[in-house]
Write a protein that binds this ligand. Structure first.
Ligand SMILES: Cc1cc2nc3c(=O)[nH]c(=O)nc-3n(C[C@H](O)[C@H](O)[C@H](O)COP(=O)(O)OP(=O)(O)OC[C@H]3O[C@@H](n4cnc5c(N)ncnc54)[C@H](O)[C@@H]3O)c2cc1C
Length: 428
């Protein structure tokens, strides 16, 4: 079968890889001149299989109020609120209760666990280098309140069978020796030994090469403008380079998926949550992070990627806007200096970057079929698209190929948003 994938971020590329492995004739189109040049480009590098959690958690409403008065707020809302931002916040807040949190988290954990399994299989099948490290992750706490909050989550971690270990100060230093300089900045941590790290951009490029070897065609510099419909099916994709037709179509356009889908009556709730990262060379290995640390105080991730450190964070609700924000740069530098003050030199070689996380208000991505029989979605991976990418690609490939998936797709497709299929099909 011919399959046309829209988007060559990590999600479009993993989808292409698995579909090609299953024998399909795959083409990928993207407006950039190569793969992973938008949100998949410089993320925090965490493969957070054990720490897959929705933002919509019971403590969020109170935190939002607290952050309004904070010097370095992890979440910033543009004061010129538009209706999309209000709607997203409202839908997210509706999910901030224990029951929804548990349901949403278990769906994310299902896809993350599957992704880890897929990664181990992929590494057996392919020789692939992406600055990977398998040294776990460490969630670091400073205040007693933070530890109290996480304790509420521990029973859920037990229930979901997620391996974790509470560490005292010395335990944290044992896991990340570079922290020994800053003993007053944290008191304890939660370690997830099964988590990994790696460079998502490198990984996507390596998978791209494997795709080319399998005969996948990539059409770059191609701006997707519209989706054409005939008799309740997709007939072609209109681009600045003409029309592309296929038997089946996959939308993997990250934050832009909802823009294109709304043209054919599919209204999925996606919001482009902007985040920032800095990347700097390591100066002193022994003072640098060895794996990945999530600083619970400022909600930033600090990850070792080869000879570099990547620091990422901020959830900035400001629509489709990629401007680099000085205050977020200060937050990231402050976060790094607070925990690893001697790891890097001057910031002359620093790269500052921003990307738009394709967030759903409940947390899990949107993977699977649509009311159009030959159109599929693989999008909405929000904060954890790199982590969930392989499982998402494999799940989608199985659905398209009619193979029984290894995990249930329950609660992961668009039907959970209760939009009426009948209304949608009237667009056809
Ligand atoms: C600061 C930050 C830190 C993060 N840290 C992590 C982390 O540590 N771990 C983790 O798992 N996840 C992390 N994420 C999330 C992760 O990066 C995303 O979930 C993931 O990259 C989304 O991948 P995607 O393929 O869906 O989107 P993208 O990578 O954005 O790909 C979409 C593609 O569609 C193309 N496109 C869009 N519109 C059009 C159009 N009209 N025509 C043609 N092409 C188009 C784009 O060019 C792009 O290549 C982070 C994100 C940010 C911003």
């Amino acid at each position: 079968m011919r399959v046309l994938i829209l988007g060559s971020g990590i999600i479009g590329t993993t989808s292409a890889y698995y579909l090609a492995k299953q024998g399909h004739d795959v083409t990928v189109i993207d407006r950039q001149n190569s793969v992973a040049l938008e949100t998949s480009h410089a993320n925090a590098g965490q493969l957070s299989y054990s720490f897959s959690s929705p933002w919509a958690a019971p403590g969020l409403p109170l935190s939002l109020i607290k952050w309004m008065f904070s010097k370095y707020p992890p979440l910033v809302v543009n004061p010129n609120l538009n209706s999309e931002t209000v709607k997203f916040l409202y839908q997210m807040l509706k999910n901030c209760n224990s029951k929804s949190y548990e349901v949403n988290k278990s769906r994310m954990v299902r896809i993350s666990n599957f992704s880890k399994k897929c990664l181990l299989e992929l590494e057996k099948d392919e020789d692939i280098f992406y600055e990977q490290r398998k040294q776990g992750s460490l969630l670091l706490f400073k205040s007693a309140k933070q530890i109290e909050n996480i304790k509420k989550d521990l029973s859920l971690l037990e229930k979901l069978n997620i391996q974790h270990e509470l560490l005292d100060l010395n335990g944290c230093i044992q896991a990340e020796p570079g922290l020994h300089h800053v003993k007053s900045e944290f008191t304890s941590g939660l370690r997830f030994a099964n988590d990994c790290t790696g460079n998502c951009y490198l990984f996507t490029n390596q998978l791209y090469k494997k795709c080319l070897e399998m005969g996948v065609k990539f059409e770059f510099n191609t701006q997707i403008e519209d989706i054409q419909i005939e008799k309740e099916r997709i007939s072609s994709i209109k681009t600045n380079r003409g029309e592309f037709d296929s038997d089946s179509y996959v939308v993997a356009l990250g934050s832009y998926s909802s823009k294109i889908l709304s043209k054919i009556g599919i209204n999925i709730p996606l919001y482009p949550v902007k985040g920032y990262s800095i990347t700097l060379p390591v100066l002193n290995n022994e003072d640098a992070p060895q794996s990945t640390i999530i600083d619970d105080t400022f909600k930033i991730g600090i990850t070792r990627l080869g000879n570099n450190i990547r620091v990422a964070g901020t959830a900035h609700l400001t629509g489709y806007n990629l401007e680099l924000r000085e205050k977020s740069l200060s937050l990231l530098k402050h976060g790094l200096n607070r925990l690893f003050p001697y790891a890097t030199g001057k910031c002359d070689d620093m790269k500052f970057w921003a990307g738009l996380r394709p967030n759903t208000p409940d947390g899990p991505p949107i993977i699977g079929s649509t009311p159009y029989s030959n159109l599929y979605l693989n999008t909405g991976h929000g904060t954890l698209g790199w982590t969930m990418s392989l499982g998402s690609g494999k799940l989608l490939a199985d659905i398209i190929s009619g193979i029984e998936p290894e995990i249930s797709a329950e609660g992961i497709d668009m039907s959970r948003f209760n939009y009426s299929n009948k209304t949608l099909l009237n667009y056809g």
